[in-house]
Write a protein that binds this ligand. Sequence first.
Ligand code: NAI
Length: 253
Amino acid sequence: MGTYVITGGASGIGKAIAEQLQNEGHRTLAVDIQNADIVADLASPEGRDAAVAAIIEATGAGLQGLVTSAGVGSHVSNNTLVTNVNYFGTVELIQKLEDHLAEHNASVLLVSSNSAPMETNPEFIHSLLQGDAGGACAIAEEMQGHPVYSGTKQAVTIWMRRNAAAFAGKGVRMNAIGPGYTRTPLSQAAEDNPDYSESIKQFIASIPVGRPGTPEDMADAASFLLGDRATFICGAMLFVDGGHDALMRPDSF
Ligand code: NAI
């Protein structure tokens, strides 16, 4: 039994992952902007530094895994915030914890999205992958709506794929899940927004298995990918979306 750190662990998917891991007998530490074991604002470099220091201090005796679930949804109109939380709050945090993760042979699970493959601005993706926060936020501010969100998730997933081999060489297994539409406070906020509610209803109705996802669906996939039954799975992006990605992109895998 080990210790898992879960960003965004105060709500939704992150909270369900924490509960699932606790049910399996593990200790969990939530990192979140509120109601968490480690309270930190992952939108800012200072907040990320504070989170890293607190994580290292709290897990000196062992760290079995890190889950990055903190994120803000596509209904949030502050494109700089979406960029900073969803991309840098994930990638920079992992980068700064790399040595600590390697020291403990921890596994990492990034919570991406099944919207990651959607069309977005290639320059935005390039800036993100260069680690150019200022440039990426400037591009994001010129963009409209969902492509900012899906762009951050695309870049997070590409970053994971590009770095999975090097991390594996250091004993750190990285994978991602791509949740489809999942009922959480984040998706509820979008459903409650009159600009989005009708299109969301149609989107939910088109999910092949006939229902939206639950945080527990994501937690089951997360626990599997993090744990001992998945030690040969590395660099994978697992869509947990009721078949939506297969419906939208049947020829891509
Ligand atoms: P949620 O809103 O229930 O949970 C997100 C958590 O992130 C919250 O606890 C929030 O406080 C935390 N957070 C936000 N900004 C933060 C910051 N600056 N610093 C620290 N923590 C911060 O949302 P949900 O649905 O559980 O989302 C979790 C992840 O799953 C997100 O990355 C989201 O993009 C992703 N996702 C969600 C889907 C859905 O349909 N709910 C679909 C696909 C991906």
